[in-house]
Write a protein that binds this ligand. Structure first.
Ligand code: WT7
Length: 635
């Protein structure tokens, strides 16, 4: 299934469009199935109903672990680089990972978990996080990993939405020079989570935690009670594998659902091809497992290929801005997959932290999460890849499960800032506002997909109608990505950013409505409107316009600080506005809709070209906002 030349790419692409079922069936045959599927694909985008390999029986962990034991038991599966570089690296071979996963799977069973149960995982980037994820998959429990930066309230919302019965967490976490209390946050969340019967706590920081009798147990103690023998649960290809919450244009995050068979085939196929992984290579994806990038390209994609995947606990700038390069040097990393925001942040330290680091092991560089600007692309190419490593700018989404548009490393000719061409099986289409296809090259429009690929989301947990409305109803018969996109003269795709009310802050998706809801919960706030604005490092920053009950003139700084604390509490620090401007009114149409276009312009610093303001209820409001002094929110 590995594409080795551009001709082969074109041939695979042609086959995948002409005969998708046979194309994917051939790829799927390379995996271990307990029973063959009955039909490769059944679909309609109207309900939507999408089924890949239905009737096929498998367990994804047999494909990620068991089947590698014969040839690669002693090969590193996971290399763990701790936050503190003076602490020892941990290497788990395939045999060791297999043993730990089976043991923890038995721990889950011992604590009442069964196939179909939902389990929330809220952990730092330690090997046990990957173990917990795989252990769920082993017994057919559905994991819902919540990123460690989310607040108690966000955890509670996610636990309740999925009615999780178990939470797996750690006492604390270390990131850079900060110690973060994980269990405390979980405890706060669980005050409002009646479905949770058990909390399994990993010892990580040895910080003091309260352990509630009858509910909380220690990871280490439990692991001693079980054996490393745990037969894998037989799953249908279309049984749920996991839920991962992501933001949209409404206030409530959605639980994106992926299933076992299609997701496995798609992440494994894209991993091998996009990065051109060769056995023995060390793959370093810097994302957190709490995001889809970590699910697909730290855990499942690499392990399904028998790869060595590097898991890093810390942050790129601690103890200094050379940390990534130290890791590349130390572990002889061959593939580095990171986000534009990290590149831009490291860029701001100059090239000094790169000097003297041996980066000669690198073969392929990857970028993901947001549009990469030209300057960052070249900096990455010149200083990290030394102009000899192809850069794969991979475009995809939580909902797509894996990469859809990307160069194939060393095979597709790259072009800075372009995600280039669709992978085999991916059929992009650009449409205008009315859903009319925009054909030809040198055009731009809204990016949709007209045919399913095996990794596409199946539903949003507990609310299928929401899935239909969000992704399949804007344009009939199409999956709508929410992104704007241009297709240039060469037919290359360049993603220009979201066209909905979703922000991309440091590669993290945040809904403006969510941030507004959080701000509005603060006492004294009457109304708020949140927009994105260009930010040098984060890509987009969060700009909030806030109306308060009383005149705030002499205590603006205090209120600003309090609002930030409220947003942190409600969503998490990642959603804190970068700028807060207090205003007396918001620009609204006569029907009461906030005209965000105007607010975006002002936030960008462009107060001259506000476009048509004739539909505004009160044009004076805009003048007021423009005059308003803009003081940056201090974190
Ligand atoms: C949104 C999806 C998919 C992994 C991480 C983010 C933006 C993602 C690119 C790219 C331009 C990109 C899109 C997309 N995005 N990759 N290579 N170039 N934009 O996952 O949180 O689901 O966000 O990230 O706007 O819709 P996510």
């Amino acid at each position: 299934m590995k594409i080795q030349t551009f001709d082969q790419y074109q041939e695979a692409y042609r086959q995948s469009v002409e005969d998708p079922e046979n194309f994917w069936a051939e790829i799927a045959q390379e995996f271990q199935w307990r029973k063959p599927w009955k039909r490769v694909l059944q679909w309609n985008f109207d309900e939507p109903s999408i089924k890949w390999f239905e009737g096929g029986k498998l367990n994804i962990t047999e494909n990620c672990l068991d089947r590698h034991l014969k040839d690669r038991a002693d090969q590193p599966a996971i290399i763990w680089e701790p936050n503190d570089p003076s602490e020892p690296t941990v290497t788990l071979t395939y045999q060791m990972l297999y043993d730990q996963v089976c043991r923890f799977a038995n721990v889950l069973k011992r604590n009442g978990a069964k196939k179909g149960d939902r389990i929330c995982i809220y952990m730092p980037m330690v090997p046990e996080l990957a173990v917990a994820v795989l252990a769920c998959a082993r017994i057919g429990a559905i994991h819902s990993v919540v990123f460690g930066g989310f607040s108690a309230r966000s955890i509670a919302d996610r636990i309740n939405d999925a009615e999780c019965s178990i939470v797996v967490t750690s006492d604390g976490a270390v990131r850079g020079n900060k110690v973060i209390p994980m269990k405390d946050t979980v405890d706060d969340a669980l005050i409002a989570c009646p479905s949770v019967k058990r909390v399994i706590v990993l010892t990580q920081t040895r910080s003091a935690v309260s352990m509630i009798k009858g509910r909380d147990v220690w990871w280490e103690t439990e692991m001693k009670q079980v054996t490393s023998e745990c037969p894998a649960e037989e799953m249908d290809a279309e049984d749920m594998l996991f839920i991962l919450y992501t933001s949209g244009s409404t206030g409530k995050p959605k639980g994106v659902v992926h299933t076992c068979g299609g997701y496995m085939v798609f992440t494994a196929y894209t991993f091998q091809n996009v990065f051109q992984y060769e056995l023995g290579d060390v793959h370093f994806c810097t994302a957190d497992i709490g995001w889809i990038t970590g699910h697909s390209y730290i855990v499942y994609g690499p392990l399904a290929n028998g790869a060595t995947t590097l898991l890093f606990e810390g942050v790129p700038t601690w103890p200094d801005a050379g940390r990534f390069w130290d890791i590349v040097d130390k572990h002889k990393v061959n593939i580095l997959y990171t986000a534009p925001t990290a590149i831009r942040s490291l860029m701001s330290f100059g090239t000094e932290p790169v000097e003297g680091k041996d980066l000669s092991s690198l073969k392929v560089l990857g970028s993901v999460g947001e549009p990469i600007n030209e300057e960052a692309w070249h900096w990455y190419d010149d200083n990290i890849g030394k102009n000899r490593c192809p850069i794969v700018d991979t475009w995809w989404q939580t909902e797509t499960g894996g990469i859809l548009i990307s160069p194939i490393a060393g095979i597709t000719k790259t072009k800075p800032t372009y995600a280039t061409l669709p992978l085999p099986g991916v059929q992009p289409i650009l449409v205008d506002e009315n859903g009319v296809e925009i054909e030809g090259n040198g055009v731009s429009g809204n990016l949709c997909m007209k045919f399913p690929w095996p990794g596409i989301l199946r539903t949003t947990y507990g609310d299928h109608e929401r899935c239909r409305q969000t992704y399949f109803s804007t344009y009939k018969g199409l999956y709508f990505t929410g992104d704007g996109c241009l297709r240039d003269e060469d037919g290359y795709y360049r993603i220009t950013g979201r066209v909905d009310d979703v922000l991309n802050v440091s590669g993290h998706r945040i809904g403006t409505a969510e941030v507004e809801n959080a701000i509005n919960m603060h006492t004294g706030v009457v109304e708020s409107a949140v927009v994105g604005y260009p930010h040098d490092i984060k890509g987009q920053g969060i700009y909030a316009y806030v109306i308060t009950e009383s005149d705030t003139a002499h205590e603006e700084d205090l209120i600003r600080r309090d609002i930030l604390a409220t947003v942190s509490r409600i969503i998490g620090p990642i959603a804190k506005p970068d700028k807060i401007q207090f205003v007396r009114g918001l620009p609204k149409t006569r029907s009461g809709k906030i005209m965000r276009r105007i607010l975006r312009k002002i936030a960008e610093g462009d107060t001259k070209n506000l476009g048509d303001t004739s539909t505004l209820l009160d044009p004076n409001v805009v003048e007021d906002i423009k005059q308003g002094v803009l003081i940056e929110a201090k974190a």
